[in-house]
Design a protein around this ligand. Structure first.
Ligand code: F6R
Length: 610
């Protein structure tokens, strides 16, 4: 998704902007640009393609001068990826430059209005209306804050903006409504960025802008205002991530690094919550008293987080015997859901910024529900707007394909399920203790799965040219199969489907023919026999079957062509281990096919538009 950066201070802006942009490359983009300002005016360089194209352009033509500037990586929404549609956008007289994340919903009517006044547009983007409108307002009133508040009054939709104006050579302006934006504070200049990783080498002190807020950023101080232009006192937020945590640390790709960080992420998420043999979730207001009276849970999320929520649904229903509704946020928000103030609505989101999940949260709050957010990003919009927050301490997840966030989301959901069951008197002490002890083994077991990746590499070599790969399972294996299938398709571009294996015979088995790979997740003892029959049925039609199964199981006898082993655990926790070989298989398939798994086509890390 688009990235915004900005700098004002004693240094030349261009190298800093380029460095900040490189730290946002993981988000996915198709064009990039920067603009700087000095006594000669605005200097704009932008181009379609990767940052290297922009770097080559700067090396050829010279770096633009100026101690103030903004930059952008664009992920096309309105208008194709092209030089002219890349940001920053200038107004038609070159007075103002704007970078924009999000979508301006009423851009067509604003554009028509401005064109009637003689304004000439160069791009097909929605963003250009902002620079055109702002430049005209600034010309009239001569005050950047007033020009920004009145421009924002005309915009509908979601946006984060970075602005520089020829008439204000000492000010970098930023505004936020619906899309994240932070201001970085330091003794050697100040910064803006849509994402904290861009700022980590420069500062750990940030202001997290709230909805509608405007920042006027100067070289030596920062002023923040409400959307009505009133001054706002901000608290400085200290970022605790290290630069190292946001960098590759010797791994070829962020995705691989993050897969290998999973044992650590499991410990970081569990350890602060397990004390004296009990689960403690009081940090999120989830006291036993509160959990005991929950009558219904509604779990809402998108993508990988929705797959984690499917496991959460099973765990909560199975252990606490509380009905759980599950939906993807983009459906939930438009289907006029039945909600009651007694419901516990749980939104799960790695980034804490996903537009659909945020809209679902707001809808639930309008209906009087209490919202619990399970999220990875401290200070994200979802974290701030939810009533309660349970953080997945996965550390920064940079790769577009979510791995360690999924595992830690599962853990948080398991903790809620076990504690709710205990608070409701549905778990005897021995079973509760057994779960706690098993949870404490999961980090080591994940480490065991990661001891060797040879089998996954070999399988990737064998299957990376397949047209389709199916993932099947029953119960929790089906939930994990959905995540396994998503991992594969999003980074290797091999078509993949996940099926509840009992459903195969109702249609999909028609696609099974000689040589089609079928990955069967086989950890759920209660339905093992049923799954084995389904495996035999696909094998009889020529499928090559790979099982993901416990090391001590016998599922493979006669049915599997290959087996990827995981250590035995309670079946409830199996998705947390069975997904790891599937993540590795997806990663190596992408590598075998020559794709960069960190930058899958058409995808963005944090989906802040609908
Ligand atoms: C897939 C992936 C996405 C996200 C989805 C929700 O690997 O990462 O499917 O899970 O876009 O994002 P968050 O969790 O940030 O709300």
């Amino acid at each position: 998704m688009c990235g915004i950066v900005g700098y004002i201070g004693p240094e030349g802006a261009a190298p800093i902007l380029m460095d900040e942009l490189s730290r946002l490359e993981y988000r996915g983009y198709d064009s990039a640009g920067i603009v700087t300002l000095d006594g000669d005016g605005l200097h704009l360089v932008k181009t379609r393609g990767k940052l290297q194209v922009l770097r080559d352009r700067l090396a050829r033509d010279g770096e633009p001068k100026g101690n103030l500037g903004i930059g952008h990586t664009r992920w096309a929404t309105h208008g194709a990826p092209s030089d002219v549609n890349a940001h920053p956008h200038l107004d038609d007289q070159g007075r103002v430059a704007v970078v924009h994340n999000g979508i301006i919903e009423n851009y067509q009517s604003l554009r028509r209005e401005l064109e009637k006044e003689g304004c000439v547009f160069r791009s097909q983007t929605d963003s250009e209306v902002v620079s055109q409108l702002l430049a005209r307002r600034l010309e009239k009133c001569g005050d950047l804050l007033e020009a920004l508040t009145s421009t924002m009054g005309r915009l509908r939709g979601a946006y984060a903006l970075g602005v520089v104006a020829k008439a204000c050579p000492g000010t970098l302006a930023a505004a936020r409504k619906g899309s994240p934006l932070v201001v970085g504070l330091s003794d050697h200049g100040n910064y803006i960025a849509s994402d904290i990783p861009a700022l980590l080498p420069y500062t750990r002190k940030v202001y997290l802008l709230d909805e509608g807020e405007i920042a006027l950023v100067y070289a030596d101080h920062v002023e923040v205002y409400s959307e009505w232009g009133e001054p706002v006192e901000k608290k400085v937020y200290e970022v605790t991530w290290s630069v190292d945590a946001a960098e590759r640390g010797g791994y070829k790709h962020f995705m691989l690094k993050e897969i290998f960080e999973q044992p650590r992420a499991i410990r970081d998420t569990l350890n602060p919550r397990l004390r004296d043999g009990r689960i403690h979730l009081e940090e999120a207001g989830l006291t036993d008293e509160y959990l005991a009276q929950v009558k219904r849970v509604v779990l809402i999320a998108c993508g990988t987080a929705s797959h984690a929520s499917l496991v959460g649904r099973a765990a909560i229903e199975q252990l606490a015997r509380v009905p759980v509704e599950w939906d993807v946020a983009s459906e939930f928000r438009y289907r006029d859901p039945i909600l009651s103030p007694d419901d516990l609505l749980v939104v799960v989101s790695q980034s804490g910024e996903t537009a659909d999940t945020l809209a679902a949260l707001r809808l639930a709050k309008e209906n009087g529900c209490k919202v619990l957010a399970i999220t990875n990003v401290v200070g994200s919009t979802i974290a701030r707007e939810a009533d309660r927050v349970l953080y997945t301490w996965a550390g920064p997840e940079i790769a577009v394909a979510s791995t360690k966030a999924y595992l830690t989301q599962l853990l948080c959901l398991y903790l809620v399920a076990i504690e709710m069951a205990s608070a409701k008197g549905r778990l005897d002490a021995a079973t509760y203790d057994r779960y706690i002890r098993e949870l404490q083994t999961l980090s080591d077991k994940a480490q065991t799965v990661l001891t060797s990746t040879t089998a996954e590499q070999e399988l990737a070599k064998r299957f990376c040219h397949s047209r389709d790969i199916f993932f099947i399972g029953r119960g929790l294996d089906y939930a994990a199969a959905m995540e396994a299938s998503l991992k594969l398709k999003e980074i290797s571009y091999i078509h993949s489907e996940a099926m509840a294996s009992g459903e195969l015979k109702h249609g999909t088995i028609a696609l099974i023919e000689d040589g089609v790979p079928v990955v069967a997740l086989s950890t759920q003892g209660a339905v093992a026999e049923k799954l084995h029959s389904n495996i035999r049925a696909v094998k009889a039609r020529g499928a090559v079957v790979v099982c993901i199964a416990y090391g001590d199981s016998s599922v493979e006898d006669g049915v599997a062509d290959y087996v990827l082993y995981i250590p035995r655990t309670d079946d409830l926790f199996a998705p947390l281990l069975s997904i790891i070989p599937a993540q590795l298989f997806a990663y190596y398939c992408a590598i075998e096919r020559g794709y960069d798994p960190d930058k899958p086509r058409n995808l963005a890390k944090s989906v802040t538009v609908e």
